[in-house]
Ligand binder design. Sequence first.
Ligand SMILES: C[S@@+](CC[C@H](N)C(=O)[O-])C[C@H]1O[C@@H](n2cnc3c(N)ncnc32)[C@H](O)[C@@H]1O
Length: 291
Amino acid sequence: MADTSIRTMLLEFVDGNGASHIRELHIEVLRHRPGTPEHTIRARLSEAVEDGLLDRLGDGFYDIYAEDEEMTSVVSYPQRCSAWGVASYRGNCDGRLLKDLLLRYKVASCADPMEGSGTSRDVVEGLNRYKNKGIRYWGGDLRTGFDLTRQELPGRFDFVWIHPPYWNIVRYGSGSADLSNCEDYERFRELLMACLRRCYEALELGGRLAVLIGDVRRQGRYFAIVKDVLNFPYGQLRSIIIKLQHHCTSDRKGYPKLEDVPIRHEYCVVFKKVQSSGETPIGLVDMPLLR
Ligand SMILES: C[S@@+](CC[C@H](N)C(=O)[O-])C[C@H]1O[C@@H](n2cnc3c(N)ncnc32)[C@H](O)[C@@H]1O
């Protein structure tokens, strides 16, 4: 801890403790660096606020579980908050967008059938612990034995969050059920649609399905996965949120310049279930569930 910078110390303390009072942050720094002047601690706190991570210091509280009520259809989290999920799990997402959606929609039950490193599980656990929310959660993933292409979600939920592989940009497993293991885009699309359908089936009437997805460029060709998600024929489209991407592999120095502009955003598409399951949307062919 002696070599750790004050800023890192503050962030680590907040990540590990959830909601924190500014006074606690000061005490924590002084515990490790007795005699640190108050203005130094304040300066490091302001830097962290500017980075967007400690962005709600209202009323003397820093609270990673507070709702960002100013949220718009463009979100950006330049620094990943390490309180949720496992940062080293490829393709893991920051939990802030999910946290804000859960609070905005006053969610009582949430499922994530592709939870990967458990970001959504941790977000819900934190909201329950620090905000007394009592959100019921279920999560699964192929790597822990749950195959969304073949299995149904256990029960009904008023919010389903799904963050599928962006085709085969990151390979998670080698089996044919793994969406990241499809060579062919058409096969990936088919499996993705079957997965979305299953998530939709598990929604309560009035519930929402949020799909976090990004597009892919392969050998110059652009695959707009979001276009297929937007064409999902169930529910009512309610939001398209653009989430800026940071720390991409191709940001590294020495990466060759692409002919076309690099992709630096992903989408969170939100649908609302406005009619009961089993009804085929007017004018659309019913989409089969894989069995
Ligand atoms: C983009 S990652 C999700 C990351 C997660 N949001 C996080 O923050 O750690 C996509 C996940 O989908 C899982 N997956 C792929 N095919 C699946 C399937 N058929 N059923 C369930 N999970 C699947 C992968 O194992 C991977 O963990």
